[in-house]
Design a protein around this ligand. Structure first.
Ligand SMILES: NC(=O)c1ccc[n+]([C@@H]2O[C@H](COP(=O)([O-])OP(=O)(O)OC[C@H]3O[C@@H](n4cnc5c(N)ncnc54)[C@H](OP(=O)(O)O)[C@@H]3O)[C@@H](O)[C@H]2O)c1
Length: 359
């Protein structure tokens, strides 16, 4: 990791106006050793947030100018891909909230990391937790990795019950306060599906050693079962400032304003997810197992369908229908380069747009 003489980490924050971005600004402001050198958004103004700023366009131009020590990629969606690949290829440490880029381009991202030698520090809370439990141990020592899911606002509801739920109900998440796209993904469990694929790439574990359990209070973020019969879990109140701070101050583990966990009276509940009511979880696993451009197609169709659901153009149940139809109908390929992947993303978006009118 390149550092200045004062051992200050120079951060480029992409997605500075979003839920993760705003919490990252708070963490950076609280740590004199973190310096914000660049900030970007998609459309909202970011003037004055950092010496270098950019709204929309190719974010790698901003990164080239800023030459940061760490990129915090908190852009939402596939739009975050060029910045993820830029950081990994350039050997600049990447704090990654933008799970969609790793889901869509996992193999390309890992190859870029291999060439660039950068650290890839997950900001997604479950992956930050898993990273800490695993501490670089080899996949061979792991029996399985459990990612927990709060179950979202519709936990316990049947598929019939869910057919006509409205965006405002889907946006009322019980434990996390997040941007609209990931909040809807949490309600459909597509988010947990994206996280399974993200974990597969981050930790080198096959899908049959990745597990999802519903844990309504979101206190346990992940648990790793090791081959010796022991298990390590990461616990804490659900607050994204913890994984953001962990990634930005790694390996220091700096203080945050988040209170430590009160264990008295704490009970922990876990259930198997309902794959019938929430078909996107199984569809994501299937896409992950198929590999190549399948996760990219899953992600693109889901992004289009979630946006249409938020605009009340399709029903909640249609989101999964559109993703399933896209995966069934489109030709998949091995995702050999960014051009192939971008073409697959565009093709899946076009297919899903067409499917909206048939929904
Ligand atoms: N929120 C959470 O608690 C949480 C937890 C785990 C993982 N994540 C992941 O973190 C990422 C961000 O989530 P979020 O909840 O913070 O989303 P959000 O609140 O919707 O914020 C998204 C950010 O991305 C920017 N953006 C969108 N399109 C862009 C583009 N084409 N170029 C540059 N910037 C663009 C937005 O800028 P504008 O404001 O200008 O549109 C905004 O700053 C997602 O991948 C999500 O899955 C979030």
């Amino acid at each position: 990791m390149r550092r200045t003489l004062r051992d200050v980490k120079r951060i480029a924050l992409l997605g500075a106006t979003g839920s993760i971005g705003r919490q990252a600004l708070e963490i950076i402001a609280g740590h004199p050793e973190l310096e914000l050198v660049a900030a970007a958004s998609g459309s909202q103004p970011v003037d004055g947030l950092a010496p270098l700023t950019q709204v929309g366009g190719d974010l790698t131009e901003l990164l080239e100018r800023a030459q940061p020590d760490v990129v915090l990629n908190a852009v939402v969606g596939f739009a975050g891909l060029p910045a993820t690949l830029w950081a990994l290829e350039s050997g600049v440490d990447l704090a990654l909230a933008n799970k969609e880029s790793l889901v869509a381009a996992g193999e390309l991202a890992l190859a870029a990391q291999e060439r660039g030698g950068a650290l890839l520090l997950p900001v997604d809370s479950e992956h930050s937790a898993s990273f800490q439990c695993l501490e670089g141990r080899s996949p061979a020592s792991v029996d399985s990795l459990v990612l927990t899911a709060s179950g979202g606002p519709f936990r316990g509801r049947s598929a019939d019950d869910l057919a006509d739920v409205k965006p405002e109900e889907a946006l009322a998440h019980p434990t996390w306060n997040m941007g609209p796209k990931i909040t809807v993904d949490s309600a459909t469990l597509a988010n947990k599906g994206l996280e399974l694929i993200e974990a597969h790439f981050l930790f080198g574990l096959p899908y049959d050693r990745l597990e999802v359990l519903v844990h309504p209070t979101s206190i346990v973020h992940a648990l790793v079962r090791f081959r010796d019969g022991g298990a390590l879990a990461h616990l804490g109140y659900p607050d994204m400032r913890v994984p953001i701070s962990y990634a930005l101050t790694y390996p220091e583990r700096a203080a945050t304003p988040v209170p430590s966990l009160d264990l008295v009276g704490l009970t922990l509940e876990f259930h198997a997810p309902d794959l019938e009511a929430f078909p996107l979880l199984a569809l994501a696993t299937e896409a992950g197992e198929r590999g190549g451009t399948a996760p990219c197609v899953f992600n693109a169709a889901n992004e289009v369908a979630v946006e249409a659901f938020l605009e009340e153009r399709i029903s909640f149940a249609d989101i999964a229908e559109i993703v399933a139809a896209s995966l069934e109908s489109l030709d998949l390929s091995p995702a050999r380069d960014v051009e192939e992947l971008t073409a697959s993303d565009e093709q899946a978006r076009a297919y899903a747009q067409g499917a909206l009118s048939r929904a």
